[in-house]
Design a protein around this ligand. Sequence first.
Ligand SMILES: Cc1cc2nc3c(=O)[nH]c(=O)nc-3n(C[C@H](O)[C@H](O)[C@H](O)COP(=O)(O)OP(=O)(O)OC[C@H]3O[C@@H](n4cnc5c(N)ncnc54)[C@H](O)[C@@H]3O)c2cc1C
Length: 284
Amino acid sequence: MIPDKFDYHRPESVQDAVALLARYGEAARAIAGGHSLIPMMKLRMADVSHLVDLQAIGALKGIAVDGGTITIGAMTTQHELIASEPLARAAPILREAALQIADPQVRYVGTVGGNVANGDPGNDMPGLMQCLDATYVLTGSGGTREVTARDFYEAAYFTARADDELLVAIRFAAPRGGHAYEKQKRKIGDYATAAAAVLIAMEGGTCSAASIAMTNLSDTPVYCADAVDALVGTRLDAAALDAAVAAMQGAIDPQEDNRGPVDFKKHVAGVVLRRAIARAASRA
Ligand SMILES: Cc1cc2nc3c(=O)[nH]c(=O)nc-3n(C[C@H](O)[C@H](O)[C@H](O)COP(=O)(O)OP(=O)(O)OC[C@H]3O[C@@H](n4cnc5c(N)ncnc54)[C@H](O)[C@@H]3O)c2cc1C
C-alpha cells in the first residue's frame, strides 16, 4: 500500500519544528529516520496529514561525553551510536544493544530519538534507557522539560510526550561496573522475543548495585526494581538469580503472538536475564 496524501515540511530549527507540530496538532507527526513511521503510514495505521522532517535540524545531532555525563541528540543514528569510540568507552552497552537492532541498512537511517519516542514495546532502546536511568529532554511550545525513561512509557505507542513536543536529547550518567544487552529473536533483523538490559557493580565479590530492564514482554518496557533488590547485597549465587528471575517474571506481562505463547516468552525472558546477569557480572 502507499500512504495517504500528506504535506511535507522541512524546518531547520527545533523552534520551527515545534511551531509546526503545535499548528497542526494531531494531524502532524515528526519524522526522523522513517523506519517505523513510514511502514505505519503505508499500512494506514498512522494517519498523518503533515509530516515534519527533522533531518535538517543540526542541533538534534551528535554525541557528547562530558565527564561522567553522556548526552545524545535525538537525530543521532543507531549507526553513529555504534561508530562512536568515546561512547563505547563511556557506555559500551549502547554499542552492544545497537548492534542487535535490525540490520545495517536500518541502523544507518534509524535514529535513537525515533526508537525511544516511538513507544513500540518491540524497540530495543527504551528498555536500555530505563536500565541506564536516562532522562529525555522534550521541547514544546511551553518550553523544555525533562522526563525519565522510567516514567515516559504509558502503554503501547502512548508516552508522556505531548503532541507539540519534540524529543531533543537523551542524557544519562556513564554506568559503573559491568553491562550486558542480551536479546533473543527469531532471526537476524527481527524484533526481540525477549531482551534484557543489565548493569551490575561488584565490590569484594558482592553485588553492590544493579539495574535491569526487559524489552517486548509487556506493552511498555519493564524496569524490574524487585529483581534488582533480589541481587543487590548477594554474591549472585543460585538462590539470588532464581529470586531475580522470579521477580522479573512477576513484573512482565507478555501476550501470545507469532513470537510464541505466554509461558514460552516468560521462559525465554528468564534465559536472557540469566545470561545478561552472568555476562554483566563477568565484566564488573
Ligand atoms: C526491518 C526493520 C527491522 C527493525 N528491527 C528493529 C529491532 O530489532 N529493534 C528496534 O529497536 N527497532 C527495530 N526497527 C525500528 C528501527 O530501529 C526504527 O528506525 C526506529 O524504531 C525508529 O527510528 P526512526 O528514526 O526511523 O523514527 P521514525 O520512524 O521516523 O519515527 C518513529 C516515531 O517516533 C516519532 N519521533 C521520531 N523522532 C522524534 C523526535 N525527535 N521527537 C518526537 N517524536 C519523534 C515519530 O513521529 C514516529 O511516531 C526495525 C525497523 C525495520 C524497518
